[in-house]
Every structure is written in structure tokens, then in C-alpha cells.
Write a protein that binds this ligand. Structure first.
Ligand code: FAD
Length: 446
């Protein structure tokens, strides 16, 4: 199929879908046809960029958020041109709603440019299934129609973790998130970046009650700091070793650099260009141990908060407004309020808490086999796709092709973005997604 795939359907028009479309449409091929299918009312938003709250800022500075792999300054220039940032300000952590506007304008421009050529088609509809045909693929839509192309790329992104808090927890901003007494204590399940979003939303609404945030380890994300990532060479990095050896090596590397006055963030960021390679060289057993035991630590150092957000969270923790707890919810009794029993991770002691509301900030689903996404479900149910060995996403090759349940590699159905976590691991954020989309476009179109 490579080199002859003139018509491509992208299922999922969140950030990854838009970024992939933008890369594909760089091709001068007049016969190219790109169809982008999105079930939400707006393209380019997905789960990350649909928030309207200005306090919900990007967790990657503007310098890293360009949609184009070969033009890393694109978003930054866009901000400057619109007076949304000044050059003295860098690093800037723009509101996520501003990033949604950037992607919208980018897509609007592509749509206007391609109107005459007919190379871009946008469809606002849910995709239910993808089926291989003798000449390509057929994508069935919820309105009963279907579209055909040479190949389809899944960019369906994240799933939310289902049924947290024994079914009593609700999502911030959902219909169930009705007005709440400003002094009411609340429980948040999760202590990561989604919890931080929830705290900022509650503050915005004038909420003053205590927020207990519980997670297995009770760890809060670290803040960004301006710095210079250290330069590493692939030869410096122990690939394919036992996880314990690798972790020891990395700790030593941080210690040595800290002795030389270098901040740990510059070491974590220096490793970033090699993260996919490191992951791909580990055997499944090491990957599994990393996900179970090390990932929580890695995440709070790697996926950091904007400094201004960190300052607000720290102030709230010091003032007792946010109470992070390392533990687990063992029971919830629902009445007028919720009586929640939490067991401390360290002391094993039980604490009973009365809260008016439980927010589910457990983040994104960690097991693709529980997905409620129609198109992913249908591919897995028919054996056209299978979960990767750790069920982080779908099993794909290094070229983003789906691997069927019988091990066959599909030349017609591919995937990008978070759905490919099992193969690429570090593939959630724009700096990695845009590189993946650029490579895939090049491979498909030459
Ligand atoms: C809260 C949050 C904040 C984040 N902040 C940042 C950040 O600051 N910087 C950064 O680099 N990364 C950030 N990320 C990481 C984020 O994963 C990526 O930046 C990016 O949003 C991933 O986009 P995506 O399109 O792959 O997935 P998603 O955003 O999940 O989008 C997938 C899209 O596919 C659509 N879709 C799904 N199934 C179907 C179907 N069957 N038919 C039709 N359409 C379908 C969905 O409606 C959705 O619009 C954040 C993630 C989250 C969750």
C-alpha cells in the first residue's frame, strides 16, 4: 500500500487527527484525499483542549506545542502574531482553549486552501467500524452511511477510566456536576494533572471546602523550571537491561549532574529523545514492572505543571485546602452525603470521611480491553486488532500498522497517538505525536 495510498481516512479529529491531516496535506500530490472523521462538535479539541477555563493551561511550554515537526516555532509565532504572548515572556504555558483555537485556525486554513482541490473532507459523525475491502477500507458511520479509502488511520485518543469510586464518582464539568455548597468537603480520586484541573475549576467556582485527593502513592506532579536539557548520546544509554539496572543508572546520572549544579529536570528532559527507544528495547517483563512500580514516579517528574499552577497548588496544600492522601478507597456509603472509608498506604489505618461529592480524576483508561470506543471495540472483537501485551493501547508495528489477533500486520489500518502507547510509550504529548505523524505521512506518501 505504501506509496499508492492516495485516499486516507483519519478516524478521530482531536489533536492527533488534525496534526496528521496537516502533515499529509503538505504533500503536493493532487490526487490525495484526506477524510477526517470526528464525533464531537469541534475538531482539534478532544479530551485535552475542550476546556474553556483559562486557568487550565498547557503542561508543555508554547515552544513545544507546534503542530508541525519540521516547524517547531509555529505555535509560538502564532501566539506572538495575535498578541497572546510577548517574546520576553518565554516560556509561556498558554491556556489549553487557546491551543484549541490554534488547531481550529490551522484546520480552517487547510479547509479553505483545499476547497478547490477537494483534497480534504471533514465529517462530523461517529465512526462505528472499519472493514478491509479488496481495494482498501470501508468506514461505517453512526448515521448509516459509510466512506471508503485506500487506508484508515485510527486517532481516537484517550478513553476515560470507567466506573471509578464504585460508580459514585462523577467527572468535573459533566451533567452530574451540579452546583455545590462552597464550603462542602469533596473527595478527588487521583492526585495527578486531572486533580489539578479539578482544583482549579473548583477555585474558579468559588469553592472553599477541603479537597481530599487520594491516589495509591499520593504524589503530586512537579513544576517546570526554565533550563537546558543535557545532551546525551544513544551510546550513553543502557538499552535492553534489567529495569533495576536502568533505574540505578538513571539515578546516578541525576546525582552526578546535580553535583555539577544541573537541575534534575534537565536530565529527565535530556533523556526524552531516547524514551521510545528505551521502552522498545525492554522485554515485556521490564515494561510491566515499570508500569506497575516506577511509572507513577516517572510521571510526576516527566509530566510537570506550569510554574504558576504549581504555586497555586502548593499554596492550597499549605493552607490545608488540598489534602493529598496516599491510600485507597475501601468503601463508599451513599446517603445525603458520602461516607468514604480510606485506607492509608503507609499506616494501613482506616479513615472515614464525609464528603458532598466525589470527583473522578483517575485520568485516562489504563486497559484498552475495557474500551467503550465503538470503532476500537469492533476492531478488537473481529480480531482485526488486539491489545498490546500490557493492554495500554492497540498492538501496532513501529510503522503504526495494526497487528491482528492472529499476528498478521495490516497494511490498511493504522493508528497514531495515545492508542499506540504499547509500542511507543512516550506518545501522549504533541512533541511526540507530531513526529509520529510526520514520519507516517512521509512513509505513506513519500
Ligand atoms: C487533560 C489533558 C491535558 C493535556 N495537556 C497536554 C498539554 O498541555 N500538552 C501536550 O502536549 N499534551 C497534553 N495532553 C496529552 C494529549 O494526549 C495530547 O496532547 C492530545 O490531545 C492527544 O490527542 P488525540 O487526538 O490523540 O486524542 P484525544 O484528545 O482523545 O482525541 C481523540 C478524538 O477522537 C474522537 N473520536 C474517538 N472515537 C471516535 C469515533 N469512533 N468516531 C469519531 N471520532 C472519534 C474523539 O471525539 C476525540 O476528539 C493532555 C491530555 C489530557 C487528557
Amino acid at each position: 500500500m505504501t506509496g499508492r495510498a492516495n485516499s486516507i481516512i483519519i478516524v478521530g479529529g482531536g489533536a492527533s487527527g488534525v496534526v496528521l491531516a496537516a502533515h499529509l496535506l503538505k504533500s503536493p500530490n493532487p490526487d490525495l484525499r484526506v477524510t477526517l472523521i470526528e464525533k464531537r462538535p469541534h475538531f482539534g479539541q478532544g479530551m485535552a483542549y475542550s476546556t474553556l477555563l483559562s486557568a487550565h493551561v498547557l503542561n508543555v511550554s508554547a515552544a513545544g506545542m507546534s503542530a508541525y515537526a519540521d516547524d517547531p516555532g509555529n505555535f509560538w509565532r502564532w501566539l506572538l502574531e495575535r498578541g497572546l504572548a510577548t517574546s520576553e515572556q518565554a516560556p509561556v504555558y498558554a491556556p489549553r482553549s487557546v491551543y484549541a483555537r490554534y488547531l481550529k485556525e490551522l484546520l480552517d486554513e487547510l479547509e479553505a486552501r483545499e476547497r478547490e482541490t477537494g483534497r480534504l473532507r471533514l465529517i462530523r459523525e461517529e465512526s462505528l467500524s472499519i472493514s478491509p475491502t479488496p481495494s482498501g477500507v470501508e468506514v461505517a458511520l453512526a448515521n448509516g452511511t459509510s466512506v471508503v479509502a485506500h487506508l484508515a488511520v485510527l486517532a481516537t485518543g484517550h478513553d476515560e477510566e470507567p466506573g471509578a469510586g464504585q460508580g459514585h464518582a462523577i467527572r468535573m464539568g459533566s451533567e452530574a456536576d451540579t452546583p455545590l455548597d462552597a464550603e462542602a468537603p469533596v473527595l478527588v480520586l487521583g492526585t495527578g494533572l486531572s486533580m489539578v484541573d479539578a482544583f482549579l475549576s473548583l477555585e474558579q467556582r468559588g469553592h472553599r471546602g477541603e479537597i481530599t485527593a487520594v491516589s495509591r502513592r499520593g504524589l503530586l506532579p512537579s513544576p517546570h523550571r526554565k533550563g537546558n536539557p543535557i545532551k546525551l548520546d544513544v551510546a550513553d544509554i543502557p538499552l535492553g537491561t534489567q529495569l533495576s539496572y536502568f533505574v540505578g543508572w538513571f539515578r546516578d546520572l541525576i546525582r552526578e549532574n546535580q553535583k555539577a549544579g544541573i537541575d534534575w529536570r534537565d536530565v529527565v528532559d535530556g533523556l526524552r529523545p531516547f524514551n521510545q527507544k528505551i521502552w522498545q528495547n525492554w522485554p515485556t517483563s521490564a515494561k510491566r514492572r515499570f508500569v506497575e512500580h516506577t511509572k507513577a514516579w516517572w510521571d510526576i517528574h516527566r509530566h510537570r505543571m506550569a510554574p504558576e499552577v504549581y504555586a497555586r497548588v502548593t499554596e492550597a496544600v499549605q493552607a490545608g485546602r488540598i489534602r493529598p492522601v496516599a491510600g485507597r478507597v475501601v468503601a463508599i456509603a451513599a446517603g445525603e452525603a458520602f461516607a468514604v472509608e480510606i485506607q492509608s498506604r503507609h499506616t494501613k489505618r482506616l479513615e472515614t470521611l464525609e464528603v458532598a461529592r466525589i470527583y473522578d480524576c483517575s485520568g485516562i483508561a489504563r486497559d484498552i480491553s475495557t474500551t467503550s470506543n465503538s470503532v476500537v471495540r469492533s476492531l478488537v472483537d473481529r480480531g482485526l486488532a488486539k491489545p498490546d501485551p500490557l493492554r495500554l493501547g492497540l498492538d501496532v508495528t513501529a510503522n503504526c500498522e495494526l497487528i491482528a489477533s492472529d499476528g498478521t500486520v495490516s497494511a490498511k489500518i493504522l493508528a497514531v497517538g495515545p492508542l499506540t502507547r504499547g509500542t511507543f510509550f512516550e506518545i501522549d504529548a504533541i512533541p511526540d505525536i507530531r513526529v509520529q505523524c510526520a514520519r507516517l505521512s512521509k512513509r505513506l506518501l513519500g
